[in-house]
Design a protein around this ligand. Structure first.
Ligand code: OAD
Ligand code: ZN
Length: 230
């Protein structure tokens, strides 16, 4: 009985037509990270930040999962859920669209806003006006429910626990630059897991991976997961 920890990043959604962050022509190329993805940037110019995510929401909504998302979902259906812990850094919903359940969006979700005043979370598939009042408390402090630089990622306590107890750690499509996610592989390896990276190219924290499988995840991941000893 193996416990499997899966961490996905923007690379898994690249073949679904969604831009990654740091590749050429990536999301950050035309924007400054500190303007649209930091808490300071949001406080300085909430309209710019809401406009950025309002633009992204329909783009993400139209995207369809690719063979890599589908392989993870198939894998999850085959094994009992409690043996697979699926964490994504992505705010898109392609894992859910592929049929995955219990996806831990550690950097938040594009279909949610959170009130900075009362912490009420609202679902939204529409544009959010930067001065829209919170439906729960009426204050004008709705922020995309996306973890910005300067904020704590979500689910960190349970993630830590799962990293310590997993037998296999698999990272897919992530550059290994953004902490704490970039440090997950080191923790998993320290506690005895066998570690795998599926990425287009080598990444920042390669040294911690026992196996590095280079190539598009839609081609490399399905045969691996379909044949993993269950
Ligand atoms: P990055 O854009 O930093 O890295 C994407 C990685 O995916 C790169 O290493 C690519 O080589 C790889 N890649 C691209 N296409 C691929 C493919 N078809 N198959 C496999 N790999 C492929 O994205 P992340 O590591 O996810 O945070 O970025 C981490 C965080 O940085 C994001 O969650 C975001 C950003 O700040 C928030 O928005 C909160
Ligand atoms: Zn509120």
């Amino acid at each position: 009985m193996k416990n499997v920890f899966i961490l996905t990043g923007a690379g898994i959604s690249a073949e679904s037509g969604l831009k990654t962050f740091r590749d050429t022509n990536g999301l950050w190329e035309n924007f400054k990270v500190e303007d649209v993805a930091s808490i300071e940037g949001f406080i300085k110019n909430p309209k710019l930040v809401h406009d950025f995510y309002n633009h992204l929401r329909p783009v993400m909504d139209k995207a369809e999962p690719n063979a890599a998302h589908l392989a993870i979902s198939r894998f999850q259906q085959l094994l009992q859920n409690e043996r697979i812990y699926l964490v994504t850094q992505n705010v898109d919903l392609l894992h859910e669209k592929a049929g995955s359940f219990n996806v831990k969006h550690m950097h938040g979700r594009i279909d949610e806003c959170v009130c900075l005043q009362c912490h009420h979370v609202i679902k939204t598939d529409k544009d959010i006006a930067y001065n829209m009042p919170c439906p729960a408390c009426g204050s004008h402090a709705l922020k995309p429910n996306i973890v910005f630089f300067g904020e704590m990622p979500m689910f960190m306590d349970e993630i830590e626990q799962q990293l310590k107890t997993c037998d296999i750690f698999i990272a897919i499509g992530t550059s290994g630059v953004v902490y704490p996610a970039a440090g997950f592989v080191a923790t998993a390896k320290y506690y005895g897991a066998e570690t795998y990276l599926f990425n287009l190219e080598g990444c920042q924290n390669n040294a911690y991976f026992d196996h590095v499988i280079l190539g598009p995840a839609s081609e490399t991941l399905p045969p691996f997961l379909d044949n993993l000893d269950k």
